[in-house]
Design a protein around this ligand. Sequence first.
Ligand code: CP3
Length: 343
Amino acid sequence: MSLLNNLVLKAAKGEKTERVPVWLMRQAGRVLPEYRATRAKAKNFIEFVKNPELACEVTIQPVDILGVDAAIIFSDILVIPEAMGLPYQMIEAKGPWFEKTIKTKSDIDALKIAEGEDLNYVLKALQLTKKELNNRVPLIGFCGAPWTILAYMVEGSGSKTFSKAKQFLYTEPILAHQLLEKITQSSINYLKSQVKAGADMIQLFDSWAGILSEKQFYEFSLHYINKIVQEIKPLVPVTVFAKDAHYALNKIADTGCNTIGIDWTINPTKARNEAGKNVTLQGNADPCLLYAPEKTILEETHKMLNEFGAERYICNLGHGLYPDLDKEKVKYFVEVVKSFKFN
Ligand code: CP3
């Protein structure tokens, strides 16, 4: 059955849309009191992610409450390390933590290549959400880009510099490539299963692209992103969000991905010039804009939308919503985008 609101999908495919489509990274999250209430029903974050009914509930909340034009499945990029044999914990107010990390060849050899069925709980959540959404909006599936996943597997936690992960690239480049290859194969298996389970489009999150040099980004990140895009693009539209890698927009476009996600540190005109005309751009409001008074949100958003223009554009933030933003301001931003008319 066709979707009732397919604006995001149409924009990703380069088709004209009646208005600017909008969704928000981290829309299923702590900014919504309703999310916090559902989360309180699970023992901890991981139990929450592994519960398809609860995951489905919080995936649909932002569609109902914020009026966004797409749902993104509630899960985490760290389910892939776990499926490969590196379990994680999500420590309250601190973030992810891995008991075991990757240091040696035997650590890499011990990892399994994940298959779709290793992530059955995500697939069930997708199936259930697809059914419950009843074709109202597209459902986005996702995974982390291989470099960002390696960064967590080697570092063992979040970090400002990820210096252990970068040290690994400089001291063990061959092992790094072996690990990236295993993560890539696991991600391809996982994403193909997500599509079978109902994902209408896929986004790759390379959240830590920005800590690599340009040369390292091409060698250790984009090479593997490209492999994933080639496998998934024939199935559904693919978005690549490589945070802070502006210098690479033309090369990211060369992968043939449908959409490139951009953060707020590049302006729309420059991003379009770099990326070329054959790709959709997604972004790029600073999440901190939503701390501003409504008048500022309105003016800045209108400026941004006029600069991106009507063609090949999906409105979003330049990174995820912060948990302490006011839900009403987030709603206001979505309304401003949905009621916008080009000059
Ligand atoms: O709405 C959505 O965007 C869908 C769900 C989603 C989550 N994580 C849920 C989540 C998505 C797409 C992610 C991706 C993710 N996870 C990324 C890439 C995107 C980005 O932000 O750069 C990364 C780097 C992670 C790893 C991760 N997960 C960290 C570092 C943290 C802790 C930081 C924090 O915000 O607490 C998480 C936890 C997490 N994942 C939360 C949510 C809603 C918060 C946990 C909670 O409920 O307390």
